[in-house]
Design a protein around this ligand. Structure first.
Ligand code: NI
Length: 170
């Protein structure tokens, strides 16, 4: 496994639409292993492949609390098949928009299907943090960041801060 550099906004690669995965094989599992290690190192609770520059429809996640054992989860070619009419707001952050947190409203519950680490199909109803996190990560596959759900004014302020921080870092 290897830790890979995480792209940060406004990197144009984060706007790419990721391609479906043709086959869950050892090469893809190596990518998922790297993604998980990169996410744990950051640290974060979710990561899409495009955040390390790979435009494939792959997501890793671990929503375990600090005192719980790790619960790595893998989502290949995820699709949302149902969304609740009820919305819920969560304060979201993103490893590609570091140190910025804003409330985002999304459907409170979704039904989704995907392939797991072994390429087996899974279909599940998700709510709470899982519903929020999966929708946030699936947005990455369409080139959408959580700040794209904010007003243009808020988004521009955050992006200006990001550009300044990058300049300071050289
Ligand atoms: Ni994100």
């Amino acid at each position: 496994m290897a830790i890979r550099p995480i792209l940060t906004a406004p990197d144009p690669r984060l706007k790419l639409i990721s391609k479906p995965v043709a086959r869950v094989d050892d090469e893809l599992r190596r990518l998922m292993d790297d993604m998980l290690e990169t996410m744990y190192d950051a640290p974060g609770i979710g990561l899409a492949a495009i955040q390390i520059g790979v435009p494939q429809r792959v997501i890793v996640m671990d929503l375990a609390k600090k005192d719980e054992p790790p619960q790595p989860a893998y989502f290949v070619n995820p699709e949302i098949t149902w969304r609740s009419e009820e919305f819920a707001a969560y304060e979201e952050g993103c490893l590609s928009v570091p140190e910025m947190y804003e409330d985002v409203e999304r459907p409170a519950r979704i039904r989704a299907r995907w392939l797991d680490y072994d390429g087996q199909p899974v279909e599940q109803e998700c709510d709470g943090l899982l519903a929020t996190c999966l929708q946030h990560e699936m947005d990455h596959l369409e080139g959408v960041l959580f700040i794209d759900h904010l007003s243009k004014l808020k988004r521009d302020i955050i992006l200006r801060k990001m550009v300044k921080a990058k300049k300071r870092a050289g």
